[in-house]
Design a protein around this ligand. Structure first.
Ligand code: HT7
Ligand code: ZN
Length: 885
């Protein structure tokens, strides 16, 4: 594939201040007439030709300043339309067609159900019409949509509706105008028949705005939460950042077929239906939370992404890292809202734990694999492959570190300055850091972010080693932090020497009763190694390191077992307290897995693990949601990731046994915990009752895992009589994953019968079965023959194929290697339909070299098989060729 490099950026030689689009919409063949005003930029001294991008389009006609162009005056290729000898200012009219019904990639204009949708980020606009499809070309859009009224009664685009009228032959027309200049990736069209929930409200400055949520007919009882979430997001951005909605109307539309979570098109957000539709009967607590967070995320993009956008796609983290940080803060503020201080702190800790777990499960492996890249990549072959955990989640961590270093007030001043400088522009991550540095220097003129910028240039997860020395005579403790981050991914091929990172390490020192010996501090590690001195420390302290996960690093400290036990019982930082318990469990699990591999024998449950776990079980004064996190044994993936030679089946075995043993040993307390955390009465997704359900359902899974005599009855009763989807799904999953064969087959049949009318619930059914340890390739193939399965719908593919390859350790890693063969089959099948989704699935092979040899060899063979396939998309080719290089 061709590699595109950040250093090769060139500004576009023309401005395109306005674009007028006229659509004759139909699923089979849509005609687009585009009228562009182009002006040559005097400050850019390259090429006189006007080069536009266009893919999978048929050209009908081309006019320049009212004159039809002959074939010598332009050049048309598979990917571009070049117009030669364009005057300094010109009007170009291009008529072309595309075929939405044939478009299975879900990029550009496509059909979903009976509706038409667009997805333009990052490069879908060029599949609709020829254009300078890059984020630094910003234009004012005027859009006319025409279609059959009966087929497409609603015609939506960005901005304000100017007028609607009836046309001949049952057709109608709508005209839209977006007053804000935008890049093409924020353009959107939706056509179809929808129900609409509306809400009128006022912005902080008193402007009246209309909020709308559109969804499929028949789902009107599932959009209330989305609307409430939208209004909360709007209020939060006003209060926390002083940012108001700038349009008169803000629309959200739910699409059944969608490659990602949602898309922040200006004033017309398009969402994967899974992140819009919810009511207590169909959606779990986790779904409610995810909806609030994705709605927040897309809404916040209106300022961080749309008003200030990216200069080019290398700068993607400018909008994504920042917007993830904002959505995480939004969720944390919503979780803590109205709670007294201590409860608010533990509610925030729950959110932080979930975010950090996500980072460790998806971004840490990425940083060690063939796709490792800095949050601002230096090169790519296919930009769609770079909507990664690194750009999003690590990007958010980098913003969070700036927030930690500056403090809330200075960070806010930096944000204000960023908007003051760059509103309406397409800018770079450097511009953002410059604004933050300006704010930092208002209060601390001696400080700067010079070293901090390395986070944007260097990949890899830094390892911070901690040395602690204590001198009892001088009552002095010294802490030395040393950082190291070897070259990863593409860095290995480059001669650049890596520079130290600027790492904030928030630290507490505890005595051996768990009391704080000194106030919490944030150490700023900026060199390879630095030492800090703490006086008046009479006994050797236990360090509580990286509180609140103050930096995305790995900590290396030789904790004694009893130090971890102390932290897990007493640390007053709720995050590190959880972390200590997880560390105990992970260490023991790795040791047990290695022993299991050697003797196929499970050693006795470690007393330290048993003790710290049961202490959390008994800590009834702690918040239930937080206690559920304390009591969760680290997920297999998180443990596997820490092994020198990753051994998934051994870890799974050990994890299963530990859960079984804990369940057996503590059955009585688990039964009490179950009963004590029932949530009778009306359902609410708020953190209090959701936390109780999490804890109660966790207790149930331990009882099921240990085959407790009452467990099956309890689970079946909960399955039959649940009054919300959270409880129903918890019981269903326990029956399918841990129940006997007499229990799980009838449960599977019953669930499908009850819910076959609801696609999102059917996805839950599929994914529970696909990820069950009972499901091997044969069962999965049976599942894919189910009439409700289709490779065309990404949610369904995620529920079945991804769930199997990523969440079913036993099935996927089965020793006969069939799981790996299945995986390569599916990558190839998907590649012909939807390359973006295929490339995501291909990334399952990224870690092949880190497994134990037998796994490694088998995965490698399947990667080779994919790589040598004669027709591979650019997307998948980039992933597999990097994995094999
Ligand atoms: N900004 C949006 C990105 C997105 C996307 C990217 C590639 C292919 C399809 C896509 N759909 C949406 C999502 C977001 O971060 O808000
Ligand atoms: Zn985003």
């Amino acid at each position: 594939g061709i590699t595109i490099r950040r250093e090769d950026y060139q500004p576009y030689p023309f401005l395109i201040p306005t674009i007028e689009l006229e659509f004759e919409l139909s699923a089979e063949r849509t005609q687009v007439r585009s009228r562009l005003v182009v002006e040559r930029r005097k400050d850019v001294l390259i090429s006189s030709d006007l080069i536009l991008n266009g893919e999978d389009l048929t050209l009908v006609s081309l006019e320049l300043n009212g004159v039809v162009l002959s074939q010598t005056q332009y050049t048309l290729t598979e990917a571009t339309l070049t117009v030669h000898n364009v005057p300094d200012r010109a009007e170009l009219v291009i008529v072309g067609t595309c075929q939405p019904a044939q478009n299975t990639s879900l990029s550009g204009l496509y059909v979903s159900g009976k509706h038409l949708f667009t997805q333009c980020e990052p490069q879908g606009f060029r599949r609709i019409t020829w254009f300078a499809d890059r984020p630094d070309v910003m234009s004012i859009y005027r859009v006319t949509l025409r279609a059959s009224r009966s087929e497409f009664p609603l015609l939506l685009s960005n901005g304000n509706l100017l007028q609607q009228r009836e046309l001949e032959a049952g057709r109608h027309e709508a005209q839209w105008h977006d007053p804000f200049a935008k890049p093409s990736y924020l353009f959107a069209v939706v056509a179809g028949d929808f129900v609409c929930r509306e809400h009128h409200t006022r912005t902080a400055s008193g402007r009246e705005v209309l909020l709308q949520v559109y969804s499929d007919v028949g789902t009107e009882d599932q959009t209330e939460w989305a609307m409430e979430s939208l209004e909360r997001a709007l209020r939060w951005d006003e209060t926390r950042f002083g940012l108001e909605l700038d349009l008169d109307r803000f629309m959200i539309v739910a699409a059944r077929d969608f490659n990602m979570g949602a898309m922040e098109n200006k004033g017309l957000n398009i969402f994967n239906a899974a992140y819009v539709l919810a009511n207590p009967n169909t959606a779990t607590d986790g779904n409610f939370q995810a909806i609030e967070s994705v709605i927040g995320h897309e809404y916040f993009h209106n300022w961080t992404g749309n008003r200030v956008t990216c200069r080019d796609w290398f700068e993607l983290s400018l909008k994504e890292g920042l917007t993830v940080f904002r959505d995480q803060e939004f969720t944390a503020d919503m979780m803590a809202a109205g709670l007294p201080a201590t409860e608010a702190a533990s509610a925030r800790a729950v959110q932080r734990i979930d975010d950090v777990m996500g980072l460790r499960l998806s971004q840490y492996p990425e940083d060690r694999g063939p796709m490792a890249h800095p949050i601002r990549p230096e090169s790519y072959q296919e930009i769609s492959n770079f909507y990664t955990a690194t750009v999003y989640s690590k990007g958010a961590e980098v913003i969070r570190m700036m927030h930690t270093l500056l403090g809330e007030q200075a960070f806010r001043a930096g944000m204000d300055e960023y908007f003051r400088r760059h509103d309406g522009q397409a800018v770079t991550c450097d511009d953002f850091i410059n604004a933050m540095q300006w704010a930092l220097q208002q209060t601390a003129p001696q400080k700067n972010l010079d070293v901090f910028r390395h986070w944007y240039r260097q990949a890899g997860t830094p390892r911070v080693s901690v040395q602690l020395q204590h001198d009892p005579v001088a009552k002095r403790c010294t802490v030395t932090l040393t950082q190291d981050c070897p070259a990863v991914g593409v860095e290995k091929a480059s001669p650049i020497v890596k520079q130290p990172f600027h790492i904030p390490v928030t630290l507490g020192l505890l005595d051996d009763t768990g009391k704080s010996l000194s106030p919490q501090v944030t150490l700023e590690l900026k060199e390879a190694s630095q030492t800090w001195v703490f006086d008046n420390i009479s006994t050797r302290p236990t360090p509580s390191l990286l509180r609140n996960f103050s930096a995305p690093v790995l900590i290396d400290y030789a904790y004694q077992d009893q130090e971890l036990a102390l932290l897990s019982a007493h640390d007053d930082n709720a995050f590190t307290r959880w972390e200590a318990g997880q560390e105990i469990a992970s260490r023991k699990m790795i040791a047990l897995a290695q022993a299991w591999r050697q003797h196929a024998k499970f050693e006795e449950l470690d007393p330290l693990l048993a003790k710290s776990w049961s202490a959390s079980l008994l800590a009834k004064d702690l918040d239930a949601g937080y206690r559920a996190r304390l009591l969760s044994i680290p997920p297999s993936h998180a443990v596997i990731e820490r092994m020198a030679h990753m051994d998934p089946l051994a870890v799974l075995e050990v994890r299963t046994r530990i859960r079984e043993q804990l369940g057996t040993t503590h059955a009585a307390t688990l039964l009490n915990t179950y009963q004590a955390n029932l949530t009778p009465g009306q359902y609410s997704p708020s953190p209090g009752p959701a936390g109780k359900r999490a804890l109660k359902n966790l207790a149930l899974t331990y009882l099921m895992a240990s085959k407790h005599p009452e467990a099956a009855n309890l689970t079946q009763t909960q399955f039959r009589h649940a009054t919300n989807m959270t409880d129903r799904m918890a019981a269903f999953t326990a029956l399918i994953h841990d129940g006997s064969s007499e229990l799980n087959a009838p449960a599977a049949t019953q669930f499908y019968e009850d819910w076959q009318h609801d696609q999102l619930v059917v996805d839950k059914w599929f994914s529970t079965l696909a990820s069950s340890p009972r499901t091997g390739v044969n069962e999965l193939t049976g599942l894919m023959a189910h009439p409700a399965f289709t490779m065309r719908n990404p949610n369904r593919v995620r529920a079945v194929v991804f769930a199997f390859c990523m969440s079913n350790t036993r099935g996927f890693h089965a020793q006969d290697g069939q799981g790996y063969h299945f995986w390569s089959d599916q990558v190839l099948a998907l590649d012909a339909i939807n390359p973006e989704i295929a490339a995501r699935l291909a990334r399952v092979g990224d870690q092949w070299a880190r497994f134990i040899p037998e796994v490694s060899q088998r995965l490698h063979a399947q990667l080779e098989r994919i790589a040598t396939h004669p027709t591979l998309s650019r997307n998948t080719l980039e992933i597999v060729s990097k994995a094999l290089s």
